[in-house]
Design a protein around this ligand. Structure first.
Ligand code: EPU
Length: 427
């Protein structure tokens, strides 16, 4: 097992460039299936989830040309199958976006139940309800395979029981070719929803209202290849902003959309950090001690659940007692036991965590329980006294491009040690 070895207590200083957004690109790559000619996708983050999405496109028969680390050209016109292989689907949650895309383009999709981070039950009833409302026949699950088919999807009005990101994406993908108008009510409003709509519209779709509660999609007959650049990653940016606060450093986070960071900025300021906003960058510094505050995760524009473990690390070192209310996922405090090993004082009761700030975290061997939990362990290790080893880093690398290099660039003492190197050292 590869691991990160981090020697903490070094204030981070300098500039970090943010990569393209994971949760946008994992929707945009499946959307390429809907085009009838070559798409060029730029500013792709170089992360494991992107490799998996490209492997799925390759397995479907699309022609893929990697131009450089961040750019790819995909010709979907060579696709020959509508079945996504099991071994690829289980590697990432977003593999289920191929259901909407394949159903929309070919009227048929067979996609295994996806993998991804474990935050308790992750139902997809709203996705399936959406496909059925558009007239697709959705078959009972067999051998872990979700199967849907139709002769022609027809636009309809769909009210989502909760503002689900995944269901909003999947219904948009399925509806672009549906006859007439589809209306998604109580739609998710996250920046990646808007990015997907912009990409589809660049290809010739007719989608309005993305970024609000109501998205209207008028079906079109054809979508053309397009060139598109992915938006910056809100959560990667927030994580480096938190790194500046955790280490009492001074980091300029570059290539961001400050508007997307407002809820994170507001909480960091409430804790006593300084945040300066510029057109495409934010500078975060925190010379003094931090104060407690309460955090409730909410769909966008609320405080993102994907920043909840990272802010918990900051609160665990802040003066006073803070309460975190996780309102999106049932079970997103699995990292708390790991953080406790490092001296954090956190009590969890269902969807609430009570965090009593301590003056110093201490190094300990810990694990990344999932992607953002892993990012939280990195932040804790950067702040802690001593040398922390983090295992299960494959989760972190699903969503953070070059995290070791980026952190070293601002002065962190972090190394990635491969299993072979670790064994050789022991021998
Ligand atoms: N839900 C249902 N039924 C559904 C769909 C969702 O009950 O059919 C519930 C979920 O169980 C959850 C809530 O609705 O309690 C919200 O789920 P949502 O569908 O919005 O989440 P998702 O699409 O599965 C995306 C991100 C997650 C992020 C959430 C919330 C992607 C690929 N994933 O997941 O990102 O936490 O939205 O913002 O976009 C991450 O990046 O670390 C990550 C987990």
């Amino acid at each position: 097992m590869d691991k990160y070895v981090i020697c903490g207590e070094k204030p981070l200083h300098g500039t970090v460039d943010i990569s393209g957004a994971k949760n946008a690109v994992v929707a945009i790559l499946p959307a390429v299936v809907l085009a009838n000619s070559i798409c060029r996708i730029e500013n792709m983050p170089n992360i494991a989830d992107v490799s998996t999405a490209l492997e799925i496109l390759d397995a479907l028969g699309a022609n893929i040309r990697r131009i450089d680390r961040h750019t790819v050209e995909i010709d979907p016109s060579t696709i020959v199958t509508q079945t996504v292989p099991h071994d690829l689907a289980k590697k990432m949650r977003a593999s289920y976006y191929f259901i909407g895309a394949l159903l929309g383009r070919y009227g048929r999709a067979r996609v295994p139940m996806p993998g991804g981070c474990n935050f308790g039950v992750r139902p997809i009833d709203q996705h399936l309800k959406g496909f059925a409302s558009l007239g697709a026949q959705v078959f009972p699950m067999k051998d872990g395979m979700i199967e849907a088919q139709t002769d022609q999807l027809v636009g309809n009005s769909i009210y989502l029981d909760m503002a689900s990101v995944g269901a909003t994406v999947n219904i948009m993908l399925a509806a672009v070719y549906a006859e007439g108008m589809t209306v998604i009510e109580n739609a998710a409003k996250e920046p990646h929803i808007v990015d997907l709509a912009n990409f589809l519209n660049t290809m010739g779709a007719d989608i309005r209202g993305a970024g609000t509660d109501v998205i209207k999609i008028r079906g079109v007959a054809r979508l053309y290849g397009a060139t598109y650049s992915i938006i910056p990653d809100q959560i990667e940016a927030g994580t480096y902003m938190a790194a500046a606060v955790a280490t009492h450093g001074d980091i300029t986070v570059r290539n961001v959309i400050p508007k997307h960071l407002e809820s994170i900025t507001a909480k960091l300021q409430e804790m006593g950090a300084q945040v300066e906003e510029f057109d495409e960058e934010v500078r975060v510094y925190c010379p003094g001690p931090t104060r407690h505050c309460n955090v409730k995760t909410m769909p966008h524009p609320g405080f993102p659940t994907d920043m909840q473990p990272q802010i918990a690390v900051l609160l665990s070192m802040a003066q006073g007692t803070s309460i975190i209310n996780e309102s999106v996922w049932d079970n997103r405090f699995r990292y708390v036991d790991e953080l406790r090993r490092m001296g954090a004082e956190i009590q969890v009761d269902g969807k609430l965590a009570v965090v009593q700030g301590v003056s110093q975290l201490m190094a300990a061997p810990v694990k990344a329980m999932d992607l953002r939990a892993g990012a939280a362990m990195v932040l804790a290790a950067l702040a802690a006294k001593g040398t922390t080893e983090i295992e299960e880093i494959q989760y972190i690398e699903r969503g953070y491009e070059d995290i070791v290099e980026k952190l070293r660039g601002v002065g962190a003492d972090i190394r990635r040690v491969t299993e072979t190197e670790a064994i050789a050292k022991q021998a």
